[in-house]
Design a binder for this molecule. Structure first.
Ligand code: PSU
Ligand code: MN
Length: 302
């Protein structure tokens, strides 16, 4: 049996058969600075409750998979220094050795599935990094989408990545990428990447039906729902390009590698945009949470 520990709210939600939306914790510990990280986490949880579902923020604490964090646990995690960033490769070791750590998209998918949660909202998934032909840096998030049956709502893959290569890997691994309400793929802080979306859905019901059909077909793996950032909050891709390029250049000069790459780039782009990237990131996560709640309600009803 997996060492799952349900929060009081999630215990009650499970008993009542309510729809639940999983949330990750690496975005809190490695994706946003304090105190905006904890403020965002609380707002996102409130957005999901307001939409009629129950939020389950997932993290590893004291050797247990926490499904739902008590408010004090969320505060502790958000302020802790040097929290481990746990992906699929790290999860069992961290649990076995009694560690505390934040779960990435990949690890959160594994934990959500163990807890019977079908839908998960985040900001942007990891993917193929630029220069991957030399570095081999491809996020474990892609492999997880190929094997764990959770529907992940994100604003696309983060624009710091090589988006065409990310799409190629997802296609090869059989992951449906469904843009919500538009024909083009969003690019995290921007509504469009210029790349056509492989699939398009215009309602939560369609996404829920597709999730259920994959199960009926016995297909492993999840779905990636690419939900564009709200128009009022977007930063056009041209405005971001120089900042992304500078952050990538600095990462190369400073030999930033492995797990540190994505947090470094997000932090530098936050600084270079004078905080604007964080404002956009918060808006898109909240938007994803609302859509994820609607999908979870449809799956629960189905
Ligand atoms: N979405 C955000 N900010 C983040 C992340 C997602 O808006 O920081 C995190 C997720 O945990 C994702 C990770 O799994 O970034 C990707 O890390 P990597 O590129 O090292 O796989
Ligand atoms: Mn990586």
């Amino acid at each position: 049996m997996a060492p799952l520990k349900f929060s009081n709210e999630i215990m009650a939600a499970r008993a009542a058969g309510q729809p639940i939306v999983a949330l990750e914790s690496t975005i809190i510990t490695h994706g946003m600075p304090y105190p905006q990280n904890v403020e965002t986490a609380e707002m996102v949880e409130a957005d999901i409750r307001e939409a009629g579902a129950v939020p389950a923020t997932i993290a590893i604490m004291d050797g247990q998979i926490h499904i739902g964090l008590e408010p004090s646990e969320l505060q502790t995690l958000a302020q802790a220094k040097n929290v481990a960033k746990l992906s699929r490769a790290d999860l069992a070791f961290a649990l076995a050795t009694g560690q505390t750590g934040a779960t990435t998209v990949a690890a959160t998918m594994i934990c959500a599935h163990l807890a019977g949660i079908a839908v998960f909202a985040t900001g942007g998934i990891g993917g193929v990094h630029r220069g991957a032909s030399d570095s081999f840096d491809i996020s474990a998030d892609l492999e997880e989408l190929a094997q764990t049956p959770v529907t992940v709502v994100a604003a696309g893959a983060k624009a710091i990545l090589d988006l065409p290569k990310t799409m190629e890997v997802l296609e090869t691994r059989g992951v449906p990428v469904i843009a919500y309400g538009q024909d083009v793929l969003p690019a995290f802080w921007s509504r469009t990447s210029g790349l056509p979306a492989p699939l398009r859905a215009d309602s939560a019901a369609e996404i829920a039906a597709s999730h259920a059909m994959r199960a009926r077909l016995g297909l492993p793996g999840g779905q990636l729902i690419a939900n564009p950032i709200p128009l009022a909050a977007e930063i056009p891709a041209e405005a971001l390009r120089p900042h992304i390029e500078q952050a990538l250049r600095e990462a190369g000069e400073q030999a930033i590698a492995a797990k540190a790459v994505t947090p470094f780039l997000l932090q530098r782009i936050f600084e270079l945009t004078g905080g604007a990237s964080l404002t956009a990131n918060i808006a898109l996560v909240r938007n994803n949470a609302r859509l994820a709640a609607a999908i979870a309600i449809e799956i629960n009803a189905g």
